[in-house]
Design a protein around this ligand. Sequence first.
Ligand code: GTP
Ligand code: MG
Length: 365
Amino acid sequence: MNFCWLIHPSILNDKLNRRTNDSSMYELKSLAISINLKIYESNIIRVNRINPGTYFGKGKIEEIKQNLCKKKIKNCIIIINSNISPIQQRNLEKVWNVKVLDRTALILEIFGARAVTKEGSLQVELAHISWQKTRLVRSWTHLERQRGGRGFLGGPGELQIELDKRHITSRIKRIKKELEKVRKTRELQRNKRKQLYPLVSLIGYTNSGKSTLFNKITGATEFTKNMVFATLDPKHRIVSLSRDDNFILSDTVGFISNLPTELIESFKSTLDEILYADLIIHVRDISHEDYYSQNEDVQSVIRQIFGYDKGEMPTNYIEVINKIDKLQVVERKQLNTKNKIYLSALTGLGINNLKKNIFDLIKNN
Ligand SMILES: Nc1nc2c(ncn2[C@@H]2O[C@H](COP(=O)(O)OP(=O)(O)OP(=O)(O)O)[C@@H](O)[C@H]2O)c(=O)[nH]1
Ligand SMILES: [Mg+2]
């Protein structure tokens, strides 16, 4: 069992962060738990100014060191909910004498643990080594070994990438080539499916209920769990209303705030599901404290995929407002419109209405 110590830096005047410290910490905890890390300690630390060499100030670093020494914690990983530079990472590891990971490394690790198919594994590896490469550039002369990402949990024989930049570049090239093949096959399959039936893609923040909705609509039994990034590879199923009314529903990978750009880049073939969909359904969790900021995060990834400017959204896009069973009955304002449907994927409340809407929308497309 690996222990971790979670630190959420609350940065003074951080205008980009729309979440409360508590909800950021809650999310960080669910990320750590999702790869079986046992949380030893969690702190929200105020950071007035980011120190370029060590991220935190001297006092804080010393305080954490004392705490680590006092409790004789050895196999502990400190996870910082921000992006830290390789130099900051190295310096902190030196003082604390434990492994230090940042948010991107943790997300890459989770994706690595979830990858099942060859395509999924290739995509994760590409994301990981692309990220490693950017870190090599910045501290090439200092870093003898690269760590983080895949396999940091492993004991002896753990998979550490020790390739130099040249090797990484050629590996990136090879993976891209392989992924391009997969992408072409996928494109062929998609075209075949498209000739058959329209494609409807479910997207949304991780844990918003996409797979639960997918199962409810299709009768499938895909893995759903109160766990971030439960789904990595897209799944497809045909949904029929009548002989002439059919569509293909796809369930995709969930999004998260500050998703590493390397992941978005690497998951291109998976994200094509969204790009080529006849209808995009954004599944939102209305019971979540960050309901609004999650929406902004998802919309910003969609814009990135489509290459759109701020404020612009695809026209074939609707929202499903999920988990209304968690609201008080009086709160369940059933303000269904053509583009916004309130339902509960868990209980099935409102599902038939959604199905009907999907058929109407794709018919009039
Ligand atoms: N109460 C309630 N819980 C729901 C509802 N829909 C989904 N859930 C729960 O939310 C959790 C996440 O559901 P998933 O369907 O796995 O979510 P997802 O969006 O596929 O998550 P990722 O694959 O991680 O992106 C599970 O515990 C579900 O049981 C709902 O309508 N009501
Ligand atoms: Mg899922």
